[in-house]
Write a protein that binds this ligand. Structure first.
Ligand SMILES: [Zn+2]
Length: 130
């Protein structure tokens, strides 16, 4: 009976870790965020999953795919790292598949049928917000 309880507890801890992804750290909840600026506008941004800093320029970060050989149908949640954190991570972790943020975003747009025309139209609508 005791071993059963122990196993149950361990399972609960694993579940917590998987479902909430570092539930004890407020820095690593979600990479895609809205940051409200001084004028109260909600600005969509990408946040570094390691340090929590906002990646202001696509060239200053990468999207990482954690699983090396995923099976078809596997869902991979991307991890975003700012350039500084990626430099640090490279020193300690095995080589991982990464994608520049411009490529990642382009793939996302393609995969949700957001064509260049649709994008241009959206861009015209956005001009009022800038
Ligand atoms: Zn960082």
């Amino acid at each position: 009976m005791q071993s059963g309880c122990g196993r149950k507890l361990a399972f609960a801890e694993v579940r917590c870790g998987l479902l909430t992804a570092q539930c004890d750290s407020s820095l690593t909840l979600m990479a895609l965020i809205f940051q409200v600026d001084d004028e109260g506008h909600a600005r969509p941004k990408i946040r570094c999953d390691s340090c929590g800093g906002v990646i202001e320029n696509h060239a200053n970060g990468v999207a990482l795919l954690g699983t090396p050989n995923p099976k078809p149908g596997t869902v991979i949640e991307p991890i975003f790292h700012c350039a500084g954190c990626e430099e640090e991570a490279k020193k300690t972790s095995a080589p991982r598949h990464s994608m520049s943020i411009d490529h990642f975003m382009l793939y996302v747009l393609n995969n949700i049928q957001l064509t260049p025309n649709a994008l241009e139209e959206a861009g015209r609508g956005l001009k009022g917000l800038r």
